[in-house]
Design a protein around this ligand. Structure first.
Ligand code: CA
Length: 455
């Protein structure tokens, strides 16, 4: 049942008066409580807190201790998707796909994975460079961050080519805060001190005279798992982060312990690639372990990209075969992994909702409030604010991304609404304990939050 705080229908005059009183009330509250954080006044009115792109808001990033911080010095977590090897899934390296990943997935970062060997950049430098540049240019235009990943696992064997590539990229993009250099995807079981670190020093010292400040992410041995080893003998440069990769069905607490060691030793980590499944990129999808990793990454403010934007038949691919190259994918064309990960990106990036104003994408905070009580059993109240009349939907998903319940209002007026949800799915069956995601969709805007049903 929907209860509106505004009157509906023909009592427009009364509505205007009540609304005016509300405005006066909020102005008074604002004046009295000007020392409160911005989020404090959210209820009841839709307050525009920001109308710039994500990049305009956060700007030049830097590494401060174990954190990545934005231009204001505030720790920032970037969450998004990695593209697949450019030589094999190059069809997704286009502007429309980047735009879809920003607008529909809510990515604030994308990773362009330059395939180096196996018919990649070493063989076809111009073709592969153009794919990477297309993604970088799109991310710059659309106001999100982009990782330029030298996607190789023997990069020390191609040092001159790597240096040449990153010098070219730095010369082109040094003045754009969007760019993050990832100079070595996954070193294999080679020495940090004698192989990876010297390679990293050579590449970093080629980039730095051109681009003195953008973050450089450095791969670590054993397919970017030995972050603890790197932390004992770190690189002595500014704005360096270290790569941590995991595949949830293979890498568990033991790898999180390595990450804890690295953080305790004071280095910054960036999860430039992770998968929901086994280390092969396929096999079992371990959603319970994904949740543990999510909690770990969130509590340590780690940034991440999920592997991958691909329509290959394997568990980690976010897309089912033969989807369009240009985004616009219906929900049914996402794989289980794709649905789960998109839900997580939307969930955790929810403070930067996007919408169109004029012809410019804006980021702002609107009124989906935390449900209460939370955790709940069996009832909870979902409260949200709609800033324009029209259709509003609340969709409730389970943690695997399966839609379990929809609340739809076709003729909703502007105002704040409360919905009492009884923990039943759309067929009236009781739902299991667990985390659920509820997402408000109104006037082209989306916002999601998490709630917990505890029995
Ligand atoms: Ca720069």
């Amino acid at each position: 049942m929907i209860i509106s705080t505004n009157t509906k229908g023909k009592e427009n005059f009364k509505y205007e008066i009540i609304f005016l009183l509300f405005q006066i009330f909020f102005i008074i509250i604002f004046c009295v409580s000007s020392t409160y954080p911005a989020g404090h006044n959210r209820q009841g009115r839709n307050i525009l807190v920001n109308d710039s792109t994500f990049i305009e808001k956060h700007g030049q990033l830097r590494v401060e201790g174990t954190n990545i911080v934005d231009k204001n010095g505030t720790p920032l977590s970037l969450r998004g998707m990695s593209f697949f090897w450019s030589q094999w899934m190059g069809r997704f390296y286009n502007y429309n796909c980047v735009k879809w990943l920003r607008d529909n997935f809510k990515c604030t970062v994308l990773r362009a994975a330059m395939g180096v060997e196996s018919g990649g950049y070493l063989q076809y430098p111009d073709i592969e460079m153009n794919k990477i540049k297309t993604v970088i240019d799109a991310c710059i235009d659309l106001g999100i961050y982009v990782i330029i990943d030298w996607h190789d696992d023997n990069a020390q064997n191609y040092l001159p080519q790597s240096i040449d590539f990153f010098k070219k990229i730095a010369a082109l993009y040094k003045d754009h805060p969007n760019v993050i250099y990832e100079i070595y995807n996954e070193p294999q079981q080679v020495s940090w001190t004698n192989v990876v670190k010297p390679y990293a020093k050579a590449v970093i010292e080629s980039i730095r005279p051109i681009d003195p400040n953008n973050i450089i992410v450095v791969g670590t041995p054993t397919w970017s798992q030995d972050v603890d080893t790197a932390s004992r003998n770190p690189l002595n440069y500014e704005n360096i982060a270290y790569t941590l990769h995991f595949y949830a069905a293979t890498h568990k607490q033991a790898l999180r312990n390595k990450a804890i060691t690295a953080l305790n030793n004071g280095i910054a980590l960036f999860v430039t690639e992770w998968g929901t499944c086994e280390a092969t990129g396929t096999g079992f999808l371990d959603s319970a372990e994904v949740e543990l990793w999510m909690n770990f990454m969130e509590s340590n403010k780690l940034s991440w990209c999920n592997w991958s934007i691909a329509d290959k038949v394997e568990t980690s691919a976010a897309l089912k075969p033969n989807v369009s190259s240009d985004g616009g994918w219906p929900d049914t064309s996402l794989t289980i992994s794709g649905s789960l990960v998109r839900g997580l990106i939307r969930l955790y990036n929810d403070t930067i909702n996007t919408g169109i104003r004029g012809n410019k994408e804006i980021y702002f905070n609107f009124g989906l409030n935390q449900n209460y009580p939370n955790p709940f059993n069996p009832e909870t109240t979902i409260e949200y604010t709609v800033s324009k009349p029209g259709i509003s939907k609340i969709k409730i998903y389970d943690i695997t991304g399966k839609l379990v319940y929809t609340i739809e209002e076709n003729n909703i007026q502007k105002g704040t609404y409360r919905y009492q949800w009884n923990g039943l799915n759309s067929s009236g069956a009781k739902l299991a304990s667990g985390t659920y995601i509820y997402e408000l969709e109104t006037d082209g805007y989306r916002q999601a939050k998490k709630m917990i049903l505890l029995k």
